[in-house]
Design a protein around this ligand. Structure first.
Ligand SMILES: [Zn+2]
Length: 370
């Protein structure tokens, strides 16, 4: 079987946030908006004005903390009390995921309004859950993709550029991982093979990031929303999101996300964004693939130009000792890891070698810049 899923509606534009009421009205008459305190402060008034202009009353629910099963269940019970018939998530990754968790519990449509373009979460079915203490619990899955993705590019371009860069790294991984999954014949996130469309989406994502990524990042550093920024927002959110689910992921995610095993043990890699982990994962994947130093340097230079990490020191890992390298490699090669979607040989030893190579090449590359 070949398979590919999409959100039902994708909307993106400068300053469109004031139209959120009208757009949400397509999906229900009793919306519940979930946002954290920061976003409510920033956008609460605009949200209420927009819904009242659209002639419907919205309830607002403040979310704080983790996307944990207990938070999801608590917010679900509140949504039931309100009698909500559509959920609207406004904010970053955890807010989006907790709202998707509620939509899964209640079987309601969900509108996703991301305030950052920092990763693949908005369009995706994946819900990443943690314990209330912040320990990773693994994914849950919405039955289908979110119903509507509502992206105000003005808001995205005014957020700190580090988030935008992280989204670019996550989007950069999509095509490289898709290629490995295709060669391996691995299943995508719909338990099927890549369609021609999935492959085309991954390819366009790749082209857009390479062509406009740096220019767009520089514009976001200046808080400007140029044509390049619009293109890269679409790549970060839509192309990368639909692309990774329709193609599958591999070592860039398998290795990158395993860096977090060092956090509870050593306090390393703390506060690293998803895309920053993936940036290092791409480099490690390239080594596993046996790519040339020239190809690796091209990606290093691109990441450096976006202030993304190319060395483990930059990722907040004080001293990447053989023990730490081994722990990360072991976590990367767990039975359920996406690393097994790689079409080249993979083992703990090979991943250790890849990590050590990335460490060495990173140090060498950065010493040339300093
Ligand atoms: Zn990702």
């Amino acid at each position: 079987m070949y398979s590919l899923g999409f959100p039902r509606l994708y909307l993106q534009g400068y300053g469109i946030f004031d139209r959120i009421g009208d757009e949400v009205k397509r999906f229900g008459a009793h919306p519940l908006v979930v946002a954290d305190a920061f976003v409510q402060n920033l956008l609460g008034e605009r949200i209420e004005t927009s819904f009242s202009k659209a002639g419907i009353k919205c309830e607002m629910l403040q979310f704080a903390g983790e996307c944990s099963p207990s938070q999801i269940d608590f917010l679900t019970s509140r949504a039931k009390e309100f009698g909500s018939d559509v959920l609207v998530a406004v904010g970053g990754g955890k807010t989006l995921d907790v709202t998707k968790g509620m939509a899964l519990n209640l079987g309601l449509p969900v509108v996703i309004a991301p305030t950052l373009a920092s990763n693949d979460a908005p369009t995706s079915r994946v819900i990443v859950t943690y314990s209330d203490e912040g320990e990773w619990l693994g994914p849950r899955f919405l039955t289908l993709n979110p119903d509507c993705i509502f992206v105000d590019s003005q808001i995205i371009s005014q957020a700190p550029a580090r988030f935008f860069a992280s989204g670019i790294a996550d989007a950069l991984a999509t095509y490289y991982e898709a290629q490995q999954c295709l060669k391996k014949g691995a299943d995508n996130f719909y338990n099927g093979k890549q369609t021609v469309t999935s492959q085309a989406i991954a390819r366009i994502c790749h082209e857009t990031i390479w062509q406009y990524g740096k220019e767009a990042y520089d514009a976001v550093c200046r808080k400007e929303c140029t044509e390049s920024v619009e293109k890269v927002i679409e790549a970060n959110i839509l192309l990368s999101g639909v692309g990774f689910e329709g193609c599958g992921v591999a070592a860039a995610h398998g290795i990158g996300l395993s860096l977090s095993v060092l956090t509870p043990l050593y306090g390393d890699a703390k506060g690293l964004l998803h895309g920053e982990e993936v940036a290092l994962g791409i480099l490690a994947q390239f080594v596993l693939e046996g790519r040339t130093q020239e190809e690796i340097e091209k990606v290093q230079d691109f990441l450096i130009s976006l202030n993304l990490p190319v060395s483990f020191e930059q990722a907040g890992i004080a001293e990447f000792s053989p023990e730490k390298v081994h722990l990360v490699a072991e976590a990367s090669c767990k039975p359920k890891s996406r690393i097994w979607n790689m079409a080249v040989p993979v083992s703990v030893e090979l991943v250790e070698h890849a990590l050590n190579t990335v460490a060495r090449l990173g140090r060498e590359r950065l010493s040339r810049f300093n």
